[in-house]
Design a protein around this ligand. Structure first.
Ligand code: NM2
Ligand code: OGA
Ligand code: ZN
Length: 383
C-alpha cells in the first residue's frame, strides 16, 4: 500500500494522507515527532524511545511534506527543521484516526466468549505436541488468549510437572501457597480447596494484588466419586448481565468488592476489586468472583446495598446456570489452564473410596502473550 497524497493542514499541525487502498487518515505533528523512527529518537539496539515528551517543541509543526520513491513519507518538522521518515505501511498500521465509535464494544476483538455449547470444542493438545512443535504450542497458547481456557493431556506423572508446562511459555508465580500446591483433602485445611467440599465456580486469589492472571491445575489421581471440574466464561456472564440487566451490570462495575484471606497464621491478604472491571474505554477487563474469600462489603453505599446484593446474586445464578458451564473430569496426566482474570473454575464435591490429588500453580499472562507474539512473528529461534 502506497501513499498517493499527503497534505499538511491547519498551519502544519496535522497532515492528511490518502493511500492507494482508499484509506484516509490524519496525523498530528506532535504525534509524528514523538514516534519518529530515527536512531536519535529510538534506540536502534532495543527499540526503546530515547526522547521525553518535553524534548518536543510545544510549537512543533510540519514545514514540508513529500512522498518518496521508496514509499516513505518525509516530513520536515519546524522549528528544528528535523527531517523524519515513515514507511507508508507503518503509518497505516499505526493510524489512530480510524473513526472509533464512542460506544466501544464491551468484549475485546481478541477474545471469543463461550457457554455450555463449548463443551464439544474444548481446546485440547498433548504435551508431546506442545513441547516439540512450535505450531502446536502457538495454537494452544492462542486458544488461551481467545477462550481463556485450554486442556493439556499426556503430561508427566512426576510431582510438579505442571511447572514445566508453565515454563514452556512463561514463569511460575510463587505465592504463600508455594511454587506449586497440592490440592488434596486434608485435616485442618488452611484453605477450603484442601477439603472434599464442592467449590462454586470462582477466580483464584482475588484477595491478592496483583492477582495471578493464569492458573494451571493438573491431576495425579482422581478415583473418587464426584470431583468433576467445571469452567465458566466470566466474560460471557458479564456480557449476559449487561444485556439482561444493565443496572445490575453498572453496580457490579461501579463498586469494588472486598476480598480477604487469613487462613494461615502468617498470612493476611486483602484486596478490593469490582466483580466486573472495565477499561477506561468500557471494555470488560477482568472478572473476580469467589464466595469463600469475600470479606464484609464496606465499599457499597448503604442506599445501594440491597440492589448490589441482587446484582451479585444474578452473577452467581448465571455462574451456576448449566447453560453457561462446561464440565469434565480430569484424569492423571491431564491439566487445564485458565485465564484467572476471566474464566472461573469449580469442582464438584467428592467422597467414597479412592483418592483425588491435583496440583496447582500460578503464572502470568504477560509471559504467555509474549511467547505467543514471538511465535506468531516467526521469531521461533528466540523462544
Ligand atoms: N489454593 C488452591 O483463591 C483461593 O483461595 C482458592 C487457592 C489454596 C491455592 C484456592
Ligand atoms: C483450586 C481449586 C479445584 C479442584 O485449587 O484453586 O479450585 O478441582 N481446585 O480441586
Ligand atoms: Zn480455585
Amino acid at each position: 500500500m502506497k501513499i498517493l497524497n499527503a497534505v499538511a493542514q491547519e498551519g502544519g499541525k496535522i497532515v492528511k494522507l490518502v493511500w492507494d487502498t482508499g484509506q484516509v487518515a490524519r496525523f498530528h505533528a506532535i504525534w509524528l515527532r514523538d514516534n519518529a523512527l530515527d536512531s536519535d529518537t529510538r534506540s536502534s539496539v532495543n527499540g526503546q524511545r530515547l526522547i521525553t515528551v518535553q524534548d518536543i517543541p510545544e510549537d512543533i509543526c510540519i514545514a514540508a511534506v513529500s512522498i518518496l520513491d521508496t514509499d516513505e513519507l518525509m516530513l520536515t518538522m519546524a522549528p528544528e527543521m528535523k527531517e523524519i521518515f515513515f514507511p507508508s505501511e507503518w503509518l497505516l498500521e499505526n493510524a489512530y484516526d480510524v473513526g472509533r465509535s464512542l460506544d466501544t464494544e464491551i468484549i475485546s476483538k481478541a477474545v471469543e466468549t463461550w457457554d455450555a455449547n463449548f463443551q464439544n470444542h474444548m481446546p485440547t493438545a498433548t504435551w508431546q505436541d506442545v513441547s516439540c512443535s512450535d505450531t502446536s504450542l502457538l495454537n494452544w497458547l492462542d486458544a488461551v488468549r481467545k477462550y481463556g481456557f485450554a486442556v493439556l493431556t499426556g503430561i508427566s506423572d512426576q510431582s510438579g510437572a505442571l511447572c514445566e508446562v508453565a515454563e514452556k511459555f512463561g514463569y511460575v508465580r510463587e505465592t504463600n501457597y508455594g511454587r506449586w500446591f497440592e490440592v488434596r483433602s486434608e485435616v485442618n485445611p488452611q484453605n477450603l480447596a484442601y477439603t472434599n467440599l464442592g467449590l462454586q465456580a470462582h477466580t483464584d486469589n482475588p484477595y491478592r494484588e496483583p492477582v495471578p492472571t493464569l492458573q494451571l491445575l493438573s491431576c495425579l489421581e482422581n478415583t473418587v466419586k464426584g470431583g468433576e471440574s467445571i469452567v465458566v466464561d466470566g466474560f460471557k456472564v458479564a456480557e449476559t448481565i449487561k444485556e439482561k440487566a444493565p443496572e445490575a451490570f453498572d453496580l457490579l462495575t461501579k463498586y469494588s468488592f472486598n476480598f480477604e484471606y487469613t487462613g494461615a497464621e502468617d498470612v493476611c491478604l486483602r484486596a478490593t476489586r469490582p466483580t466486573i472491571e472495565l477499561t477506561p474505554e468500557g471494555e470488560i477487563k477482568s472478572v473476580s468472583f469467589n464466595n469463600r474469600s469475600s470479606a464484609p462489603i464496606q465499599t457499597v453505599p448503604f442506599e445501594h446495598m440491597e440492589d448490589f446484593y441482587a446484582a451479585y446474586r444474578l452473577f452467581g445464578e448465571l455462574v451456576e446456570d448449566p447453560a453457561m458451564q462446561v464440565s469434565f473430569k480430569l484424569s492423571p496426566g491431564e491439566l487445564f489452564i485458565v485465564d484467572n482474570t476471566r474464566v472461573m473454575h469449580a469442582r464438584k464435591a467428592f467422597s467414597g473410596s479412592g483418592n483425588r490429588w491435583l496440583q496447582g500453580c500460578y503464572a502470568d499472562k504477560d509471559g504467555l502473550l509474549s511467547t505467543l507474539s514471538i511465535l506468531e512473528a516467526g521469531r521461533t529461534g528466540e523462544v
